[in-house]
Each structure stands twice: as C-alpha cells, then as structure tokens.
Design a protein around this ligand. Sequence first.
Ligand code: NDP
Ligand code: GDR
Length: 327
Amino acid sequence: MPRALITGITGQDGLYLSELLLSKGYEVFGLVRGQNNPKLDVLRRVAPEVQVLTGDLTDVSSLVRILAVAQPDEIYNLGAVSFVAYSWENAALTTDVTGKGVLNMLEATRLYAGDDIEKVRFYQASSSEMFGKVQDVPQRESTLLWPRSPYGVAKVFGHYMTINYRESYGMHASSGILFNHESPRRGPEFVTRKVTMAVARIKLGLQDSLTLGNLDAKRDWGFAGDYVEAMWRMLQQPVADDYVIATGETHSIRDLLDAAFKAVGVDDWARYVEQDPRFMRPAEVDLLVGDASKAREVLGWKPAVGFDELIKLMVEADLAEQSALVH
Ligand code: NDP
Ligand code: GDR
C-alpha cells in the first residue's frame, strides 16, 4: 500500500486529493494545523480514513516528527496562506508559510530520506499567480515570472527552491504551476465562490446585492477535481519536472457573473452588482491563460469540466446548501 502525506489537507485541493489517493488504495496522512481546527470536521466527513497528524509549516521540528510517523512514499505540499488579497495585509506571515514553509518541508524531506533520496517523491503547489504581469500569452513553463503580490513572490521562492532541491540533491521534486481551479469546496473569500453563493442567496431572497472589486480581470478557471489528478500524475513520472496545468480558456469576472446569474435564469445582473474600491488590489494580475500542452503530452492530462458547467455546478451546490440552512 503506497503511503502519502498531504499538507493543506483541510483546504479545497487537500480534500479532493485525499479522495483520489484513497480511491487508488493509498494510506493517506494529513498535516493539520492548530489546536482545534474547525475544518477538521469536514475532512473527517469527506475522508474518514485519513490519519491526521498535527503540525505547522513554520515549525520544522513538527515536520520532521510527522515524516518519521507517516513514512510517506509521496509528499504533496499544498499548505499555504493562499488568499492573494490577504497577502498584502499579512506579507510577513505569507512569506513564512507560503515561501519559507516550502523550504522547511523540502529540508525535512531531505533529512527523512537520508542516504536514500529516491525513496520519496515531492509535489509543490506552485501557482499561475507567479506569472503576475504576464510576459507571454498564453503562459507556459518557460515564461518569465513577474509576481505582483506578496503571495506571488512567496510562491516564486517555493518554486525555485523545489527546483533547487531537485538539481542539488537529485530529489524527485515536481512543481505544478496550477491556474485557478474552483469547486463547491472553494473558500467563500475567492471570487467564484463569493459570486455563486451570492447568486444562490439572491435567488432564495436571502440577500439583495453583491459587492465586488475589479470586474475586468481575466482568469483561466478549471475544476479542482480535475487538477488533483494532474498532481498525482506528476509524481508517477520516472523523472521529476514542472508542468503548467490550465484549461487554455480565459474569462473575465463579468463572464463569471453572466454564467452564474444565467444558472438561476437572470440575464441582467447589473442591478444586483455593486463595486467597492475595498475589493481592489494594490497591484492586479490582469490576464491569466495557460498553455498546458506539456502536461497533455507527457502526463496525458486534460481537463474534463468546462467553464459554464463548472459555474453551474457551483451555483447548484450553493442553492442546495443555502436552502438547507433556512429550512
Ligand atoms: P486553501 O486555502 O483551500 O487551503 C490551504 C491549506 O493550507 C489549508 O488546509 C490550511 O489549513 C493550510 N495551511 C495554512 N497555513 C498553514 C500552516 N502554517 N501550516 C500548515 N498548513 C497551513 O487552498 P487550495 O486548496 O485552494 O490550494 C492548495 C494549494 O495550491 C495552496 O498552496 C495554494 O496556494 C495553491 N494553489 C491553489 C490554486 C487554486 O486555484 N486553488 C491555484 C494554484 C496554486 P487550515 O485548515 O489551518 O486553514
Ligand atoms: P486569485 O483568486 O487572486 O486569482 O488567486 P481570487 O478568486 O481571489 O481573485 C480572482 C480575481 O477576481 C478579482 N475580484 C475579486 N476577488 C475576490 N476574492 N473578491 C472580490 O470581491 C473580487 N472582485 C474582483 C480579483 O481582483 C482577481 O483579479 C487564486 C488563489 O487560489 C491563489 O491561491 C492561486 O494561486 C491563484 O488563484 C491561481
């Protein structure tokens, strides 16, 4: 039975990856942060077989201890401060967790592997946010990185440190440069879920309007369930490498509003939507669209769920959740 350790297991991707690895017969261990983490209940419901170990990416000794217990064949480092807007307000914390946390995990992995570096494979959750002020359209593995947020800068550090451990120590360490991916499990602070929850609540008469920031930014949005499959495929390759994972399609926040309101039969959403500078960012990433042809050719990966289908399924899940809350 292969053994996997997932950091960030209580997050959106951690939940989908746990389900995927359990379905493939893995024994799954998850690093959970905090004394009484409220998200643990969801993990226990979704994937009760996961063995929970407590620790924190900023505490190297906790990582060393966890690796000694879990004895993993594969490590998926998904833990991060992941909300870009928050990273300006908490730049040092973001740097410690999202940036230095990667080094802590790589170093703990190197110590765990000892003389047998080949006994373990490492996945780093890199991000399209690293492309920032984009230097190519579409963005691919070779595109120059130009991050625009403390989060993006921290991810660039983690990305290059992962490559450095591969090149310095021969570690099987791969970095997935994943573009935005969403689902009904997406945190409500991210724009897709903020919109689909609000649309469901407006439809049910629980809310009158929705306040957003920049409506012109464009993102390449895919389905999280498809993207965790790509993570797993990267670690099954004989040689570690970096891969862009994306749909190759881009949509603005306005397109997102079109799709979400359409799912509840509303064509004219302008009367429900307000804008507030509070939700604008000090520096914006205007356009993301990825070229995932390397992943398609080497990993045989391609996304199954398209944009309209994704937004519709999120609105439907929020309608069900919100009506269950009021009934
Ligand atoms: P989430 O925000 O849903 O989950 C983040 C996870 O990190 C949570 O489980 C959180 O745990 C954990 N975490 C936060 N701080 C620490 C810490 N100090 N020590 C240990 N764990 C910690 O993110 P996603 O699931 O959406 O994303 C997974 C990873 O992929 C992240 O690294 C993200 O930056 C990256 N990524 C995501 C993309 C996306 O579109 N979703 C795209 C590209 C990259 P807690 O329960 O304590 O909050
Ligand atoms: P992003 O996702 O920053 O791309 O990072 P988010 O959904 O937060 O923002 C996407 C775009 O929407 C615009 N926007 C708003 N965003 C939020 N959250 N709230 C609003 O009210 C709002 N109004 C407009 C933003 O300005 C932005 O342009 C996500 C995270 O999952 C990262 O961890 C990951 O690395 C990247 O995706 C790829």
